[in-house]
Design a protein around this ligand. Structure first.
Ligand SMILES: Nc1ncnc2c1ncn2[C@@H]1O[C@H](COP(=O)(O)OP(=O)(O)OP(=O)(O)O)[C@@H](O)[C@H]1O
Length: 302
């Protein structure tokens, strides 16, 4: 299976400043890849290198099987830049029609459909668009030609929660059509419900690439079970992955590390009337990568 995006030893210096250090990245066809890292980590630099907006100091990248300088791949990519330069008196709708004409192959109904889904106001001159509406115009131009590859730099910036949900549906639909998505973010919560894998970049270096389903299995979650009658604590003590167990009458509370299977099987011997299981907190795992990395830096500097 050939990767849709592949980099080898990709390195970028801005003058003396090392922004990207020996990046090896392989994004598989049809996956949604979340590219995560704090501000200044090198996400935008990577994306600009992939789109040939800037050139690497060393290393190489291929996109859709071609070198990044190959202009023929442009029409097959949908790109949302991190900072959108949408200014002037041209109305958003006229701008999108113009982009559609230049690109070709865009069904005009698709622009209206996306504008409606994102609740975008296209009647406003670009210079007067709010930050959120600019972002929506940027998303419409990235999605309107149904590209094989979407490269989205911080796509949820400025979107309210309902519009964010709609955007995530658009990403899922792109994946369902077999398209590939690379999206950057500085918070895992924004991508964890849609990404198949996440890559974590810090200080220009990729510190981890993880399968989101596997992360979720390893994550910690709080669980509460309520039974129809008091239950004995002993029935739940020492179960694999169970911590902080409290049993009070007919209620049980605990923390589950990874799979809740042992807890569910033990509980099934009683009558469960209510269950609360919080979303696994992936952010906690994510942050440990940063602190480990910081610790390594500190050791190296010592
Ligand atoms: N044109 C430039 N000249 C000099 N330094 C730059 C330039 N562009 C980026 N940098 C520096 O390179 C590093 C990586 O920046 P980059 O924009 O790629 O990070 P990022 O992960 O996208 O961060 P953010 O989330 O803030 O956009 C930062 O330290 C940044 O200050």
């Amino acid at each position: 299976m050939t990767a849709v995006v592949e980099t080898e030893g990709l390195t970028k210096f801005y003058g003396p400043k090392l922004a990207l250090d020996d990046l090896a990245l392989a994004i598989r066809p049809g996956e949604v890849f979340g590219y995560l890292g704090p501000n200044g980590a090198g996400k935008t630099t990577t994306i600009r290198l992939l789109l040939d907006v800037i050139r690497p100091t060393s290393g190489r990248a291929t996109v859709l099987g071609a070198g990044t300088r190959d202009a023929r791949i442009r029409a097959r990519i949908g790109y949302l830049p991190g900072e959108l330069a949408l200014e002037g008196r041209v109305r958003a709708r006229a701008y999108l029609d113009f982009v559609a004409d230049v690109r070709g192959g865009v069904n005009r109904g698709r622009i209206d459909e996306l504008a409606e889904r994102l609740d975008a106001d296209l009647s406003v001159p670009m210079g007067r668009l709010s930050k959120g509406n600019k972002q929506k115009v940027g998303l419409i131009q990235a999605f309107m030609h149904e590209p094989e590859l979407l490269i989205l730099d911080e796509p949820t910036t400025g979107l309210d929660p309902l519009v964010q949900q709609e955007f995530l549906s658009m990403v899922r639909e792109a994946r369902a059509s077999g398209h590939t998505v690379l999206m950057s973010s500085h918070v895992l919560a924004e991508v964890e419900h849609v990404a198949d894998r996440v890559g974590i970049v810090r200080s220009g270096r990729m510190v981890a690439v993880e399968d989101v389903a596997a992360l979720r299995e390893r994550a910690v979650r709080r669980v509460e079970l309520h039974f129809d009658a008091p239950v004995p604590r002993e029935a739940f003590e020492g179960l694999p992955g169970i911590r902080d167990l409290t049993v009070e009458g007919a209620s049980l509370r605990c923390t589950v590390d990874g799979r809740p299977d042992a807890l569910i099987k033990a509980a099934a011997r009683f009558t469960v009337v209510h269950m609360v299981s919080a979303e696994p907190d992936l952010e906690e795992i994510f942050l440990t990568y940063y602190s480990e990395e910081e610790a390594a830096h500190a050791r190296a500097g010592a």
